[in-house]
Structure formats: C-alpha cells, structure tokens
Design a binder for this molecule. Structure first.
Ligand SMILES: NC(=O)C1=CN([C@@H]2O[C@H](COP(=O)(O)OP(=O)(O)OC[C@H]3O[C@@H](n4cnc5c(N)ncnc54)[C@H](OP(=O)(O)O)[C@@H]3O)[C@@H](O)[C@H]2O)C=CC1
Ligand SMILES: O=C(O)C1=N[C@H](C(=O)O)C[C@H](O)C1
Length: 251
C-alpha cells in the first residue's frame, strides 16, 4: 500500500485524485496540503508543508506554481519523491527542479494522460516529415475559465517535443497582435482559448501549401489526468533520485 500526500487536495484535481484513491486498494492518502482547509476529507489537511509532520512514500502535486518552492523544500527535507503536475512554472523553478532531482526522485509532467504522452512521441515523427518540407507549425489550446496559466503546460510540452527534433531552433510566438511582418519560418505559434468548463483541448497544425494536417487531443474528464498521476505515484515511490517523466511510466 503506497502512502500519498496530496498537495492541492481541495482543488479540482486534488478531489479527482481523492476519489480515485478511495477506490484503490493499493494506495492511500495520508495527508493533504491546501490553502483551503474548509472541505471535509477522510485524511488530515494542513495549510502548509511546515505544519505537516506526516511521512509518506510519495507526494502528488496539483496546486499552484506559487507553492512549488515550499513543496521542493519539503521533498528534500523528508526525502520524499514527488509527482509534479502543476503548470505555469517559471524558468527558475524548472532549473531548480532539474538541480534538486539529483537528490530526490521527481517526475514532472504537464499532462498525465495516455493520449497526450503518446502524441508527444508521434508528433516527432510527423514533424520530421512536415517541417523539412516547409510546413508551418501552430498549436491551439482550449481550457476552462478557471485556468491561471497560458499557454498551457501541455501546449509548451508539445512545442518542446517538436523543437527537440530540430535542435531547439524554433522560437515560440504567443501573440501576433503587434506584428506587422509575415510569419517567420523558424517559429511555432501558440493560440489560447479560455471559456466555460472545457477540460482541455490541444490541436497541433502542420500547415503546408495546399494541405493542412491537424492532430488533436480532447480530454473529456479530469479523470484521465488523475489516473495517470496515481499510476505515476506508484511508479515513483521508492525510486532513486532523478528526473522522470510520463514516458518512464507509459512504456
Ligand atoms: N499535469 C496535468 O496533467 C494537469 C495539471 N494541472 C495543473 O494542476 C494545477 C492545479 O489544477 P486544478 O486542480 O485545476 O486547480 P485548482 O485551483 O482547482 O486547485 C488548486 C488547489 O491548490 C490550492 N493552493 C493554491 N495555492 C496554494 C498554496 N500556496 N499552498 C497550498 N495549496 C494551494 C488551491 O487553494 P485555493 O483555491 O484556496 O487557492 C486549490 O485548492 C494547475 O497548475 C493546473 O494547470 C491540472 C490538470 C492536469
Ligand atoms: O489547468 C488545467 O485544467 C490543465 N492543465 C494542464 C496544462 O496546463 O497543460 C493539463 C491539462 O490540459 C489541464
């Protein structure tokens, strides 16, 4: 039975994970951390890591980038691996995660679904064909109106996966409203929609002369992220320090 601390336990994803774990015989949540402690849970909830003295095998994090530094402090202090799912991290935080992963196991993934993680690999094959043939790459992402960060962590991961094939030569373009020039060949454009309760849509477009290829993923429920996160937690518990991602879990 793996013991989990749920960071962001009273948020949308925290509640999805709580339900999954409640029905899972091989994992249990031993504590939650959340700014909001009003909700009743069947485990103790602390407002911050500094108040939590409970030990665990792994932490699942779906909270806020504002809380990522205190999360890392706690993981290092207690030597507890972490499945880091929060998006909107700064470059400094990403550098720190890389550094700290030499001391504790960290699995970082902007999207825990099987679909997106498979797409990350498939896209590289598509890009190897279309980009050298001169096709432009554009990404459109759509999310609910409660989302704080833009573009989504997944949109950035999709772009990174394509960019990696071309030695990271491509520049990301988030806003064309001030442009008075044609699109540069060496850019990947990202467009963002926010509205209602859209769970998460990501579309990658390869636009060539007289043809367009659109590869799209739609999440219909947050459960796809929750299931992946619990699977990742089971994978990471007991692992040696290192930086892991979902491709280590989904073979
Ligand atoms: N990797 C993936 O597959 C996925 C990643 N995400 C990412 O996960 C994160 C959370 O998403 P979601 O559950 O929808 O967001 P919510 O806002 O619903 O939940 C976040 C929870 O964390 C709490 N929180 C905020 N700041 C702190 C803090 N400093 N310390 C402790 N708790 C804090 C919030 O409290 P309060 O409401 O009081 O602010 C809230 O209860 C986002 O970054 C999102 O992009 C989401 C889905 C999938
Ligand atoms: O905030 C969300 O909801 C989601 N965030 C992640 C992201 O930023 O990519 C993953 C998913 O699309 C849902």
């Amino acid at each position: 039975m793996i013991k989990i601390i749920m960071h962001g336990c009273n948020g949308h994803m925290g509640q999805v994970i709580s339900e999954i774990v409640k029905n899972d015989e091989s994992s249990t949540i031993v504590a939650g951390i959340d700014l909001n402690t009003e909700r009743k849970n069947d485990y103790p909830v602390f407002q911050s890591f500094s108040e939590c003295d409970i030990d665990a095998d792994v932490i699942i994090d779906f909270a806020s980038a504002k809380a990522t530094d205190s999360l890392l402090d706690f993981c290092l202090q207690k030597s507890i691996p972490v499945v880091l799912c929060t998006t909107g991290l700064s470059n400094q935080q990403i550098e720190r995660i890389e550094k700290e992963s030499k001391k504790v196991a960290i699995l970082k993934s902007a999207n825990m679904s099987l679909g997106i993680n498979t797409l990350l690999k498939l896209l590289q094959d598509a890009a190897k064909v279309f980009v050298p043939a001169g096709y432009d790459v554009e990404i459109i992402e759509k999310h609910h109106n409660q989302k704080i960060d833009a573009p989504s962590g997944t949109a950035l991961a999709l772009a990174d996966s394509i960019n990696e094939v071309f030695d990271n030569e491509y520049v990301y373009k988030y806003d064309r409203t001030l442009e008075r020039e044609k699109r540069d060949k060496k850019e990947i454009g990202m467009s963002v929609v926010r509205g209602g309760t859209i769970v998460g849509e990501h579309e990658v477009i390869f636009a060539g002369t007289d043809e367009v290829i659109e590869i799209k993923h739609t999440a219909y429920s947050k459960a796809v992220f929750g299931k992946g996160a619990v699977e990742a937690a089971k994978f990471l518990a007991g692992k040696a320090p290192g930086l892991y991602n979902m491709s280590d879990v989904i073979k």
